[in-house]
Design a protein around this ligand. Structure first.
Ligand code: TRP
Length: 363
C-alpha cells in the first residue's frame, strides 16, 4: 500500500470508528462497520410489496449498519430513455416513500446515483472485467430483455447494467446487499468483478458482498397474481388514500370456491389471508379467524373488514408523514443532496483506490 493509500485508509477507519461509537453498529472482523447498500429504480411509487420485501427491513437495519440507499436513476434510464421525465419525477416520490415509512436520513444515507460521477467511472473500468457473453448469460438481464421485448435491439447500457450495479455496491464497500431473489445474479456478478479486480490489484481493494434475501417471500398482487407490481396494476401504494385502500380491499382475491358463508374456505392463495399474515399484529385472533374460515361459517366480508382495518391503521401514519414531507419538497431535495454529497466522498475514495491500482494515478 502506498503512503497515500495508507493515509486514506487510516482516515477512513477513523471516521468509520467515530460513526460506529455513536451508535450500536455491527463491526466486521476487519474493524470497519458493516456496510449495507440497497437501491431502487425510481420508476413509480412504492407499494406494500416493497414494504414487506425491503423497506420494513431497512428501517431496522439503519440502527445496526451503516446503510446506503440508492435512488438508481441512471440505472432506471437503461430502459426508460424514452421517458426521462418519469424517472426524474419519481426520484422525489420514492424518497417521500422512504421518509414516510421511517427511513431516517440521519441514520441512513439516501443518495441519487446519477449525481455521483465516480459510479459511472467505476462502471467504465469494470466493463473491461466482464465479457459480453457473461452479461448475456446473466439470468436477470436475460429475463428482463424478454420482458421488455428488446429482442436484438438491446441498449448497450441495459445489457451492461450489472457492471454498473457492481460499481454501486463496491463503491461503498458494501458487504451486505438486501435484495429480492431476482437480484441474486447481480450479486454473483458483482463478486466476480470484485474478485477479479482484487486479483489484478494483488490486494483486497474491493469488498465481496452477500445477498440478504428476505425470509418472507414476495407479496402477491391484490388480484392474486404472484407479484405485486405497478405494471400489473395490482398494487396498494404506500401513499394510497383511505378511499383507495377501501377500493383495493374490495377487489382483493380470496377463495373462488368459497361461495356461501357456511362453506369451508381455503387459505392457500387467498390474498386476504396472505396480507393479514404479513400485516396483522394480532396473531392469536388471526389464527382463530383462519380456523373459523377453513371450518366454514365465516364470510369473506368479515375477513376483508379485518384486512381493511389493519391496512388503514398501518398506512394512516405513513400517509400522514408522506403528506407532511411532500409539503416541502425543497427540504426533501436538501436531504437528498446532503446524503448524496456524503456518499460521493466515499465513492470518490474508492474510485481513487481503484484507479491507483490500475496505474491511473499520475499526480
Ligand atoms: N437493480 C435493482 C432493482 O431493480 C436496483 C439497484 C440498483 C440496486 N443498484 C443497486 C439494488 C445496488 C441493490 C444494490 O431493484
Amino acid at each position: 500500500m502506498s503512503q497515500q493509500d495508507q493515509h486514506a485508509a487510516d482516515q477512513a477507519t477513523q471516521s468509520d470508528q467515530a460513526d460506529a461509537s455513536a451508535t450500536t453498529r455491527t463491526i466486521e472482523p476487519s474493524g470497519r462497520p458493516a456496510v449495507i447498500l440497497t437501491g431502487d429504480r425510481p420508476t413509480g411509487p412504492l407499494h406494500l410489496g416493497h414494504y414487506v420485501g425491503s423497506l420494513r427491513n431497512r428501517v431496522e437495519y439503519q440502527h445496526q449498519y451503516q446503510q446506503y440507499i440508492m435512488l438508481a436513476d441512471s440505472q432506471a434510464l437503461t430502459d426508460n430513455m424514452e421517458d426521462t421525465n418519469k424517472v426524474h419525477r419519481n426520484v422525489v416520490e420514492v424518497a417521500l416513500d422512504y421518509l414516510a415509512v421511517g427511513i431516517d436520513p440521519a441514520k441512513s444515507t439516501i443518495l441519487i446515483q446519477s449525481q455521483i460521477p465516480e459510479l459511472a467511472e467505476l462502471t467504465f473500468y469494470y466493463l473491461n472485467m466482464v465479457t459480453v457473453a457473461r452479461l448475456e448469460r446473466n439470468p436477470t438481464v436475460k429475463a428482463e430483455i424478454v420482458l421488455r421485448g428488446f429482442e436484438r435491439d438491446i441498449p448497450a447500457g441495459f445489457l451492461t447494467y450489472p457492471a454498473s450495479q457492481a460499481a454501486d455496491i463496491s463503491a461503498f464497500k458494501a458487504s451486505i446487499v438486501p435484495v429480492g431473489e431476482d437480484q441474486i445474479p447481480m450479486i454473483e456478478q458483482t463478486n466476480e468483478i470484485v474478485r477479479r479486480f482484487n486479483r489484478l490489484a494483488n490486494r483486497d481493494v474491493l469488498v465481496e458482498c452477500k445477498a440478504l434475501v428476505p425470509e418472507i417471500g414476495r407479496l402477491p398482487g391484490i388480484d392474486g397474481k404472484a407479484k405485486m407490481s405497478k405494471s400489473l396494476g395490482n398494487t396498494i401504494n404506500l401513499g394510497a388514500s383511505a378511499d383507495e385502500i377501501t377500493a383495493a380491499v374490495k377487489k382483493v382475491y380470496t377463495d373462488p370456491l368459497h361461495l356461501r358463508v357456511a362453506d369451508p374456505g381455503h387459505l392457500e392463495g387467498n390474498v386476504a389471508f396472505i396480507y393479514l399474515d404479513a400485516f396483522d399484529t394480532d396473531k392469536a385472533a388471526l389464527e382463530e379467524m383462519k380456523a373459523h374460515y377453513t371450518r366454514g361459517g365465516l364470510g369473506d366480508s368479515i375477513v376483508k373488514k379485518r384486512l381493511e382495518a389493519v391496512l388503514q391503521e398501518m398506512l394512516a401514519p405513513v400517509r400522514a408523514r408522506r403528506e407532511e414531507y411532500a409539503k416541502d419538497k425543497g427540504y426533501v431535495m436538501q436531504l437528498l443532496k446532503e446524503g448524496t454529497m456524503r456518499a460521493r466522498e466515499v465513492a470518490a475514495q474508492t474510485a481513487d483506490e481503484v484507479k491507483a491500482a490500475l496505474g491511473l494515478r499520475y499526480f
